[in-house]
Write a protein that binds this ligand. Sequence first.
Ligand code: GAL
Length: 667
Amino acid sequence: VSAFLRPKGNVLTLFVDGSEDPTIPPFGKVVDYLTYCGIYREVYLTSHPSSYIEDVFVSGSSDGTIKVQTKIHGEGSPHYALYDEGRLLAEFDGSSFHYDCPKVWGVGSPHLYELEAQLGEDRKRVRFGFRDAKFQPEGFFLNGKRLTLVGLNRHQTYPYFGPAAPKSLQYDDADLLKSSGINLVRTSHYPQSEHFLDRCDELGLMVVDEIPGWQYIGQDKKWRENCRDFARRMIVKERNHPCLIAYGLRIDESPDDDELYSSLQAIKEELDPGRQSLGVRNFKDSHCLEDVYGYNDFSCDSLEHGVDPSGQLKGGKGKALLITESNGHMFPTKSFDPTSRRVEHALRHAKVLDEAVGDRGYCGAITWCAFDYGTHRDFGSGDHICHHGVYDIYRSPKYAASFFKSQGKTPFIDVASLLQPGDFDAALMPKIYVFTNAEYVEMYRGEHRIGRFYPNRKDYPHLPHPPIVIDDIIGDMFNEPNISPEDGKKIVATFNWCAQNGYGALRVRDKLFLARMMAKYHLDFSYVYATYAKYVQSWGESSSLWRFEAFKDGKRFATITRGPSTDFHLEVKPTRDTLVHGATYDCVRIGIAKKDQYGTTMPYASDPVEVTVEGPIEVYGPRIFSLYGGASALYIRSLPCKNPTEATVHVTCLGETIDCLLVVRPA
Ligand code: GAL
């Protein structure tokens, strides 16, 4: 704008053209997510001396090699300074340097360094890491070690405000995903906020990004040039991030187009030859110009099948193979769906991951997807939401999120059942699925110990932590002195079968067995029935209180109790208590959940919530709403203020008001 400036009284007016232009990807056909118009990230005006640094690209290898490319506007060559946590380590000129024994960037120890380029008065500092990331047909290797990739796809959108989420919410999403037992995120289907990538660098959460687009390739020159331009910009924007292990350089699920895709490869070779590329398709014999053959495998249509064998991906011969999507639309699941559906949703993810991890031809799997996301009238469930997430749109976890969490290292347990007979058809008590990384779980009913249960390695042989499947709700509790222990065991098995499937499902062999027992021990039918009722049905009994104790290294690390819910409370949890109003508004997510006296979220609760605020803050979204699957989230944004100022959010629900105290301060 320099040419237009006057000494005083300048006004800069920015016009945003938010129309869908069919020559700009992803437009031209249909898309299953929402695209938004407007300014939703920081916008800066910068001033430069006549010669200045436009861009610094630095990459570090685990052996300590640093390579730098700096783009200068004007004249001169830069001088570099290497920093570790603010401490100057070395200075150099030229485009490469060797730093002995660097702390290597990895998923467990994401150490970051900074490089400052200096040209006269102008300085530019960028963060980077020392690491080697390599996809090979034999798998993915980080710093020379094979690492199985377990990932989720992310849309960066939120309820009410779409993608207009500031830094703090981008950080929250990265934190949540890192704590979700995964090591990789795909930024489907467009480059995402720099803040998100910054946080992934800090956390050691790996990322594959993607150029904008969805299934459609425009044939006109403009569309294709825009696509190339996006690829260029994405690489230049993201190439300093150590978390980024490959560029997604193919329009998601598009047909082959060698002309377009070879030109994207050429762009990558020019801008960042050291990093590999990924291409995501949904067919098996695609022409693969990228280093990694990404395959969206939606063949899981039951609990019997997870993914197709890697050998079937003919187009990926000699390339690294990665499952890049699965599940999603095949089994949309709402956070307020019946337990049985939410459990099956989690188990389908378990099946996909088990088979993908077990097939050494795959580097791993990224499934669809992290969060439910906004869509339009043609997709979604009529409510303009694609309920494909393992978290809902408010980031409240479904059981599938518990499954992923259980694959991580942090001790975790969730029992995927309310254990309320009325929650199941015919008041049956189906198998209980426990998502945990415990070595075993001890189950009790009231004071009776039922037994010890181990991860189900038979059905999920490849998962680090298979679900624990409890199919015995009687176990050690069975105590009928007149019946021999062997017969007792068989009776327990028959009762359990009946509890899970109903009397009507008793097989001929079960009936004959029970008749034999009656004859052997001189029992009449009313005794059998009363014994069944005693051990299985538990209305009003202490045995309707279930306790699960999780053990690791012989030590109990968690206890979960489920029982009749009688006392309810509202849990109100802000992610932070200070908002900093700076380049943009700041935002805090306040998680809300209705819980019973055992801490169990009530998944069918839809109680009304009313919110009022005081101080320099505003509610992003409605002030009166209903709980959604027993939970929801409030998004509060900051308003300008001159000094640190207190603010309060009053949340009224279940007849009480809970206050949440915040502080808003200027940057
Ligand atoms: C895929 C597509 C994703 C999403 C998903 C739903 O085909 O790549 O964007 O629509 O289906 O399962």
